[in-house]
Design a protein around this ligand. Structure first.
Ligand code: TA6
Length: 311
């Protein structure tokens, strides 16, 4: 079905719903949501929440202004879904790595560039809208394990993303995953990350050494850290925007903290040279020792809640 027909079918099904608009961004289709609490934009490709704002407030999620909205290329920004592996496959646990042909493995898995099906839009109340999207993962040479992924996005006073993974095959498989949230900040020099102080972390930029910072995290250089087994909630304190963004998760025990800083910003696709000043990624994840093994027929549900609170 071509883009116009897809949009037509979506309008027929959901166009009459209050606050729902079907949008075309070049080669991609998005669902725009607006209710009394918030607005959001969810792209069918990758089931990617690209935007989320509380009504009358600055965006909570950061989205690159250099995206070209091409089919097959995940947007830079919002909340990309990293599955069935996080990051560079070669740095994944053996039980994940050995399942896949390393030579063809894109960073962060493949589901973030696939077209997901919109199953439902529900107007829960005047402040809450829920979208349900699904991706059937058919066996391929790259990933031979049939599965179905379902993402439930709840747009309201907070943004909730719930990802359910079900193993449809007759063999167990293992995966790592992350909800790779890009968060909008006023300026990196006036931002601190609280809640990870007591957690040892892996510094992927310094030979994966284990380190610990005993104070709130400030960012003043390229930062790419894996914090295993984090506390229930992590906060970004944003002095300039006079708010904090609270990140809490269920069944995603780890967090990756990433900011590309100056040099990597120049090398990144769809990323302006100074974009590092206004974003930081806090990625709730299940990686390394927390890789998930899914038995045939079983499922795993993980969830992230993102809430913006005025300081
Ligand atoms: O989560 C951190 C990270 O793995 C960084 O190393 C950087 O590669 C970032 O993800 C973005 O990855 P992407 O493939 O979306 O450009």
């Amino acid at each position: 079905m071509n883009l116009a027909d897809q949009v037509q079918a979506l309008y027929a099904k959901y166009g009459a719903l209050k606050g729902i608009t079907i949008e075309i961004h070049k080669q991609l289709i998005a669902i725009a949501v607006k209710n009394e609490a918030a607005s959001a934009t969810i792209f069918l490709q990758g089931a990617q929440v690209a935007e989320y704002s509380r009504i009358g407030e600055q965006p909570v999620l950061w989205l690159s202004q250099e995206n070209d909205f091409k089919a097959g290329k995940s947007l830079r920004g919002g909340v990309p879904i990293c599955w069935p592996w996080f990051g560079d496959l070669s740095r994944n646990p053996d039980q994940v790595k050995d399942q896949v042909n390393l030579s063809e493995a894109p960073a962060h898995g493949f589901v973030r560039s696939e077209d997901w099906e919109l199953l439902a839009i529900d107007l829960i109340d005047s402040e809450t809208t829920r979208l349900t999207l699904q991706l059937e993962v058919l066996p391929t040479e790259l990933w031979p394990y049939p599965a179905v992924l379902r993402l439930t996005v709840t747009v309201g006073v907070e943004l909730d993303l719930e990802l359910k993974v079900k193993n449809l095959g007759s063999d167990a498989f293992s995966y790592t995953s992350a909800l790779h949230s890009y968060l909008q900040i006023g300026h990196v020099s006036e931002t601190a990350i609280e809640g990870l102080e007591a957690v040892e972390y892996i510094d992927t930029l310094e030979d994966w050494q284990v380190k610990q910072s005993n104070s709130a995290i400030g960012i003043s250089a390229e930062t790419d850290r894996i914090y295993p087994n984090i506390p229930a909630q992590v906060a970004i304190k944003d002095k300039q925007m006079r708010r904090q963004i609270l990140m809490s998760a269920d069944n995603l025990p780890d967090m990756v903290v990433w900011n590309p800083w100056i040099d990597k910003s120049k090398r990144l696709s769809h990323f302006a040279d100074n974009d590092y000043e206004n974003m930081v990624c806090l990625e709730n994840a299940s990686v390394l020792d927390n890789a998930v093994e899914l038995a045939p027929g079983s499922d795993s549900i993980s969830k992230v809640s993102i809430r913006s609170v005025r300081l």
